[in-house]
Design a protein around this ligand. Structure first.
Ligand SMILES: Cc1cc2nc3c(=O)[nH]c(=O)nc-3n(C[C@H](O)[C@H](O)[C@H](O)COP(=O)(O)OP(=O)(O)OC[C@H]3O[C@@H](n4cnc5c(N)ncnc54)[C@H](O)[C@@H]3O)c2cc1C
Length: 817
């Protein structure tokens, strides 16, 4: 079959992800698709995968993607005639200590919240289900009956056949060697067999995806890591339908295969595949290849596995598989379009769950490429969660190895990564260290999470219950509620939009009205075509044609890309990232005005400087952009300071605030303060799956103005229909109950949703959560008021109160930073 000279979509890579994407493009969108594979189909990582298929993740959307995979694998043979080897064996996860057991209890509740039945079972039940196992050290196990296993090569061949049946053209032995570009747009795909003109490219090149992306100017931050498992000879007494096993405390996994076992693991000392090629590239000629067996490195897994399944001691090893797989710095895969190239979509970095993800990832990636926007909330896997930092190969390698090493460690709440730190620091870093700051890291920035009192251990001590910072953070919280505190929020992402048509552009992109005169701030959501919330930020109008936009640290690349992409063609509007030009000090608390007026000549009275305004004021000889706004619900200002002056302004505020006991305050207190005030957090409470109406943010949508804006059409339709879900606040009376998010919401004993965030409100003295209450026939005020509510917290039912208003908001302010 000769190569066509043109295709609408060119998919690069014939592994499970490429084949699934081509299949969905052809089946669901009747698209004109060409798939190019440099070797033969499956010859990259796919052919040597172990084939365990798990479904539960901490994100509801990703769990949905994985559940879709299972549904697809179940039915694919009927469509294509090629079996996938799918077996619904169920999966047992083993717990050998109390912390792990607590993790599983939380996991079982998460599973229920996401509509899956995960059971917790006793060691005796485990023994009955898996008689060859030594259960003497078990506390118990979780049991997810709908998980299973499949044959990676067979699924891929079946998807490839299905893709062809729907009209896709798959070419093996064709290597992509480069791209012909027109600015940031790919116009031709250059291959070993000639050029193909195309509209969109989908980069599913597995561990080669980084170098394929680089040819189009984008960074795909992944690191190939060596991953090993063994396949044993037959083991007497092993059932062919034995559940797959994950034994995280022993860092190993098992699945039955032809009467024997596949056993592999995640070691704490993983080995990156460093090829020695320029830029760390992976060699092209790695078709159906493996590394040499490394029994020395694997011995740690073997020892643990024999302790769990003693029959392994005498079972013969049929084969060892030591293959490369792409891992990422946060353990999640990578989908979507990077800002640097207008028409390359990526599906790569599958962290050894590419077989489990393949079906669903292909579905959402195809839809994303066709529509230009993700079909559901895929933020945790979006390529725009990364930044310029991720161009640093050594940093990506170190962080990825840390994430790999933590794959099976107990997931303690609020855990931070340790590698590659400190990386980006604010000018206040040393000063804050002097105040005994305990830092966390976000997109490379060191940010104070809390401040350890003198004599206390200035570090996070992991724990499943209340952690060592609980008391000190309560004091910081009280300081802001009662007096005044300073948050260093210099890591906030900041952009400027300028140009004759800047207002026109933002008026189209923002759901709220940004046309207020210069000097005004607008808190606004940015909506997708479904009316879902793609971003949540503040726009300050500095002049007729100049706007300053502030958003969360982690959303820097994403929000920039979203705004830039949606500037209507032909308008004179330019977006610039100015993050590093400004330090940000948030001066918050009832005494904030006393402190601010002591350091500036400007009139900061309520009349002269009301809420929702931006002014330039002088502090310590520097021009400071002051935004009267709050995310904690107290009187306060965000002070955006020329970066080199951040220290001077901080010192001046600290000195002036001395008589008010001013002190620096960290991000954990911020979280507690915002939960009490009901300010939404993007990525958890509000996501692309949720409209402003559902999120209780309808007041920030300019439907009444006769102007077109992103999402308007869809919201207008929604405005006349009953809401089927609404974001509500919940509290629990028992102050000891810990809420973390994903707890199930019960109304009159029936599940109606789950918490999107959870934490502790120190002023209220109890746990607080937010979550959507759902009901297919509508969630109106009567429905909300007429229910009795409980939360399921780590499998225990706990009485809860529903709140329709912010929990602590005496002034009813609605604007956030
Ligand atoms: C030992 C091991 C065990 C695993 N076990 C499991 C498991 O139990 N469950 C699970 O879900 N996952 C598992 N995985 C992970 C799984 O194998 C991968 O996540 C998955 O195969 C990734 O598929 P892919 O399509 O992204 O990559 P690949 O299969 O590597 O496909 C990428 C393809 O792109 C082609 N390509 C690259 N560059 C070019 C170019 N320039 N031009 C044309 N073609 C190109 C390559 O030749 C390759 O075929 C395991 C991985 C390993 C290593």
């Amino acid at each position: 079959m000769s190569l066509p000279s043109h295709a609408q979509y060119v998919v690069i890579g014939g592994g499970i992800i490429g084949c699934s994407t081509a299949y969905h493009l052809a089946r669901d969108h009747k698209a004109d698709v060409v798939l190019l594979e440099q070797g033969r189909l499956t010859s990259g990582s796919t052919w040597h995968a172990a084939g365990l298929v798990g479904q539960l993740r901490s994100s509801a959307s990703i769990t949905r993607v994985l559940k879709y995979s299972v549904e697809l694998y179940k039915g694919l043979e009927a469509e294509t005639g090629l079996a996938t080897g799918w077996k619904m064996t169920g999966c047992l996860r083993l717990a050998t200590n109390q912390d792990r057991w607590t993790e599983f209890r939380r996991l079982a509740t998460t599973a229920r919240s996401f509509g899956m039945d995960m059971h917790l079972i006793s060691p005796a039940e485990v023994k009955r289900m898996w008689p060859l196992m030594d259960v003497s050290d078990l506390v118990g196990a979780s049991w997810l009956p709908t998980d299973g296993q499949a044959s990676p090569s067979d699924i891929t061949q079946s998807l490839a056949k299905g893709a062809r049946m729907h009209g896709a053209k798959l070419h093996e032995g064709v290597r992509v060697t480069g791209f012909g570009m027109d600015g940031d747009r790919i116009v031709t795909v250059r291959t070993s067999e000639g050029d193909i003109a195309c509209e969109k490219v989908i980069n599913c090149a597995g561990q080669w995806a980084r170098q394929v992306g680089a040819m189009a100017g984008i960074e795909v931050p992944l690191q190939p890591v060596k991953h090993q498992y063994v396949i044993t000879e037959r083991i007497e007494g092993l059932a062919t339908d034995a559940p797959t096993i994950r034994d995280p405390d022993r860092r190993t996994y098992f699945k039955e295969e032809v009467g024997g076992l596949v056993m592999g693991g995640y070691e704490p000392n993983p080995q990156a595949w460093e090829t020695g090629l320029a830029g760390g590239d992976v060699p092209d000629d790695w078709e159906f290849r493996l590394f040499d067996d490394d029994y020395d490195h694997f011995e740690q897994h073997m020892t643990q596995a024999i302790a769990r399944v003693p029959a392994l001691e005498t079972a013969g090893i049929k084969q060892m598989v030591n293959g490369p797989e792409s891992f990422t710095p946060d353990g999640n895969f990578i989908l979507g379009r990077a800002n640097e190239c207008a028409n390359m979509f990526v599906g790569a970095g599958f962290n050894a769950f590419g077989i489990a993800s393949g079906g669903g990832a292909g579905w959402v990636l195809a839809q994303w490429a066709v529509d230009g926007e993700a079909p559901l909330d895929l933020w945790v896997v979006d390529i725009r969660r990364f930044s310029g930092l991720h161009r640093d190969r050594a940093w990506v390698r170190d962080r990825t190895l840390e994430a790999y090493g933590k794959h099976y460690t107990v997931g303690y709440p609020n855990e931070e990564y340790e590698s590659g730190r400190p990386r980006i620091v604010s000018p206040l870093y040393e000063r804050l260290k002097g105040h005994r700051a305990v830092f966390g890291s976000k997109l490379g920035w060191e940010r104070p999470n809390w401040f350890a009192p003198a004599g206390a251990d200035a570090r996070d001590v992991p724990s499943m219950g209340r952690q060592n910072w609980f008391g000190p953070v309560g004091e910081e919280h009280a300081q802001v509620r009662e007096k005044v505190g300073i948050f260093d929020q210099s890591s906030f992402a900041k952009y400027e939009m300028t140009g004759r048509d800047a207002l026109k552009a933002l008026d189209f992109i923002c759901a709220n009205d940004v046309t207020r005169p210069a000097g005004h701030l607008t808190y606004t959501q940015l909506l997708n075509t479904r009316g879902g919330i793609e971003a949540d930020l503040t726009v300050a109008r500095l002049a007729e044609d100049r706007f300053y936009i502030v958003t969360g640290t982690g959303f820097r690349t994403h929000d920039f890309g979203w705004i830039d992409d949606h500037i209507p063609d032909g308008l004179d509007a330019r977006l610039t990232d100015v993050t590093e030009e400004y330090g940000t000090l948030s001066l918050m608390g009832p005494r904030a005005r006393d402190v601010l007026s002591a350091v500036t000549d400007a009139d900061v009275s309520n009349d002269a400087f009301p809420f929702g305004r931006v002014r330039e004021i002088g502090i310590a000889g520097h021009a400071v952009r002051a935004l009267r706004i709050t995310y904690v619900g107290e009187l306060g200002w965000e002070l955006h300071v020329p970066i080199s002056a951040t220290g001077d302004v901080f010192d001046a505020l600290m000195e002036a605030g001395g008589s008010h006991d001013i002190r620096p305050v960290g991000y954990r207190a911020l979280e507690s303060l915002r939960l009490e005030k009901g300010y939404r957090a993007w990525g958890s409470d509000i996501t692309p799956n949720d409209t402003p109406f559902e999120a209780g943010l309808g007041w920030a949508v300019k439907l009444r103005r006769n102007t077109d804006f992103m999402g308007r059409a869809s919201l207008q339709g929604a405005a006349s229909r009953p809401l089927t879900k609404r974001l509500m606040g919940f509290t629990v009376d028992d102050a000891e109950v810990m809420l973390l998010g994903r707890e199930t919401i019960l109304r009159n004993g029936e599940s109606v949703g789950y918490l999107t965030s959870g934490g502790y409100g120190y002023t209220l003295g109890r746990g607080i959560g937010y979550g959507y209450v759902r009901n297919a026939s509508g969630v109106d005020d009567d429905f909300l008021a007429s229910g009795d509510y409980e939360l399921v917290v780590a499998t225990e039912r706990v009485p809860a109160r529903l709140h329709t208003k912010p929990l602590f908001d005496p002034e009813g302010r609605k604007v956030k930073a």
